[in-house]
Design a protein around this ligand. Structure first.
Ligand code: G
Ligand code: G
Ligand code: MN
Ligand code: NA
Length: 254
């Protein structure tokens, strides 16, 4: 409860902010977009990791307000980058299952797109497989409505959840994100690369884009590239950065 109050004050005092991690085309090594990631810097300057405060935001319901703020900030940043001349850039936004199941989620998305003027076709929502499990038919309907706005859908941490492949086929998501755990394994053994390889093939067969997360070294990048993975993000290319850092980074790398 104490942390919940702290989180509410943090929201009011603007201690929460969004950083952006560039996403890279593995062939050209140029940025194609960025993932928005939430940060909490307390008054004493220390950082509380999202793994710790997002669960609190979820059970307290604060995630609804926080999530809308992230969506708005990310859309505004997309508009800013467009104005700076980076036109093919996309923004990926993590969406918690609590947000996603909220009856007003779609209204919020429409409202934020309208108010920010962000091009829906370059906004992506990242959902995890676990979102899927409760009411598949309702989820599929919601995803269809989201896609009608032009916003696309990525399945985050793919392979770590329990969704069946037939279910994935019904979701019509646009992109699969290969979880960092599988990327770490690809240089360890032949067996280690088999899951990444399978996800890349699956994406190709289902007409979905694929992006590898947590790429930290050149060997991983070259194996992924050889396996046909088109996109990647990770410390090898760029760490999550503030908006100011992102604009400088884009001027140098975009
Ligand atoms: O940025 P970092 O690696 O610390 O993120 C840790 C976890 O927090 C990841 O699972 C990520 O998806 C999640 N996360 C980061 N930002 C957001 C956000 O804005 N909303 C939600 N729901 N999750 C986020
Ligand atoms: O669950 P999700 O994929 O949204 O979380 C992404 C998290 O991974 C972010 O918190 C981000 O800070 C972190 N991250 C991004 N790139 C790397 C990387 O190359 N190595 C490691 N260890 N973490 C990374
Ligand atoms: Mn993510
Ligand atoms: Na992930």
């Amino acid at each position: 409860v104490r942390t919940m109050h702290a989180l509410r004050s943090a929201l009011e005092d603007r201690e929460l902010f969004v950083v952006y991690q560039p996403q890279i085309d593995l062939t050209t090594r140029r940025p194609v977009g960025a993932e928005a990631l939430l940060r909490w810097r307390t008054k004493d300057g220390s950082f509380i990791p999202p793994d710790r405060f997002i669960p609190i935001a979820e059970y307290s319901g604060l995630i609804i307000e926080i999530g809308e703020q992230v969506m708005r900030d990310a859309c505004l940043e997309l508009v800013q980058l467009n104005a700076l001349g980076f036109r093919d850039f996309t923004i990926s936004i993590n969406v918690s299952q609590v947000q996603f199941r909220h009856p007003r989620f779609l209204d919020t998305l429409h409202k934020v797109l309208a108010e920010t003027g962000a091009p829906a076709g370059r906004v992506e929502l990242e959902i995890t497989e676990s979102i899927a499990m409760e009411d598949p038919d309702a989820l599929i309907r919601l995803l269809e409505q989201i896609k009608q706005t032009g916003v696309s859908i990525a399945i985050d941490d793919f392979g770590t959840g329990f969704s069946s492949l037939s279910y994935l086929q019904r979701l019509h998501a646009d992109r699969l994100k290969i979880d960092r755990a599988f990327v770490t394994e690809i240089t360890h053994s032949q067996r280690g690369s088999s899951i990444a390889e399978m996800v890349i093939q699956l994406g190709r067969n289902l007409g979905m884009s694929v992006i590898a997360e947590g790429v930290e070294d050149e060997r991983q990048a070259s194996i992924l590239s050889a396996l046909g993975c088109p996109l990647a993000q990770g410390y090898l290319f760029a760490r999550p950065m503030t908006v100011d850092q992102l604009r400088t980074w884009m001027n140098n790398n975009g």
